[in-house]
Design a binder for this molecule. Structure first.
Ligand code: PHE
Length: 338
């Protein structure tokens, strides 16, 4: 046996591996060149019979060849996998919905909206979309805010010339949903809301909101806290703390605000949570009996909770975005980062 013979084996192995058509061919070649009964294995075994002087040289060479064939085999297997995957991609099934869009970029608010919807759907919530322009009854009166009620000042309302409202909040859907379903009712309403705000880094005229309502027998504030904590844990992917504080909204009694442990500093104290460890994040509470009644639900039998939060703020906290106006100013350099 000579070094030349060893080189010849490598050459043959390499040529044949290149010709392999499928995984089975490759396996046959692996056995032929690297298996226990292969020529190379036989050579490696017979080295001990060589004269003392020749052993180290031939041993080293044979091992080097073995390693080279192994590398060739691994390369060929890898290439086979890739070409198979490519073949698969080329089979076009026109009935499958598109996996990725061909052009453009999904806005971070939309990405996170999809994420939020998925979490709520897993929890059994149905999704309703609001009317972007609605009437006074649905935006205000039906949720316990009659004409002239001072609570209207809580929302900086735009009006159309003929007296309609680009909705100030997704609560505009509460009574519609209550009327259209029988308890148990679990619904979320993601939608755009519009306010006549002077804009600054924390205020915008257009916001994304997610409203939620849950109505059934025996529903209490603790169900609300559990539901929202479960959502925020999933949304931020960590164990967050929630704290319920008193607040006022005409359509909930008691009315509450919910605070979230600061997701930026984990309550160590930072600029965003003003060193309190807590973030004010949403309005919520037990649905007012007047609203349940307006929706055709007997408040002596059923109870429920509702909440509304701004998605923009949740996304700002998730990514550490410092100015809410980035979301809608059309600068693609901002959008492309997500
Ligand atoms: N609609 C309220 C707002 O926009 C939020 C809210 C919803 C509060 C439901 C309580 C219950 O400010």
């Amino acid at each position: 046996m000579t070094i030349k013979q060893l080189e010849k084996i490598t050459k043959k192995a390499s040529d044949e591996l290149l010709q392999a058509k499928d995984q089975r061919d490759l396996e046959k070649l692996r056995i032929k060149y690297l298996g226990r009964k292969s020529e190379l294995t036989r050579i490696l075994r017979s080295i001990k019979n060589l004269p003392q002087k020749k052993r180290p040289i031939m041993g080293a060479k044979a091992n080097e060849i073995r390693k080279r064939i192994e590398d060739l085999y691994n390369d060929a297997t890898e290439k086979m996998k890739i070409s198979k995957a490519l073949d698969k991609d080329e089979e076009i099934d026109v009935t499958i919905p598109v996996k990725a869009q061909a052009i453009g970029h999904i806005h971070p608010i939309t990405q996170m909206l999809w994420r939020a919807e998925e979490i709520f759907q897993k929890m059994g919530f149905e999704i309703f979309e609001p009317f972007e322009i609605d009437d006074d009854y649905h935006n205000f009166e039906s949720v316990n805010i009659p004409p002239g009620h001072p609570a209207r000042d809580l929302w900086d309302t735009f009006w159309t010339e003929d007296g309609f409202i680009p909705i100030t909040h997704t609560s505009s859907m509460q009574v519609r949903i209550l009327k259209s379903r029988k308890p148990p009712i679990r619904a979320v309403v993601p939608g755009k809301v519009f306010r006549n705000e002077r804009t600054d880094p924390r205020h915008e005229h257009t916001l994304s909101q997610i409203e939620g309502i849950y109505v059934d027998k025996g529903i209490s504030l603790s169900d609300m806290i559990g539901t929202l904590k479960t959502f925020f844990d999933a949304f931020y992917g960590k164990d967050v703390q929630v704290k319920v504080v008193p607040d006022y909204f005409p359509f909930v009694e008691p009315g509450n605000g919910m605070n979230l442990s600061c997701v930026i500093c984990d309550m160590k104290g930072c600029r965003v949570c003003k060193h309190t460890g807590w973030l004010e994040i949403l309005g919520c509470g037990m649905i007012h009996p007047n609203v349940l009644r307006e929706g055709g639900i007997d408040p002596d039998v059923y109870s429920g909770f509702a909440w509304g939060f701004g998605l923009d703020r949740l996304v700002m906290l998730k990514y550490g975005i410092e100015d809410i106006r980035h979301f809608r100013n059309g600068d693609l350099r901002f959008i492309r980062q997500f």
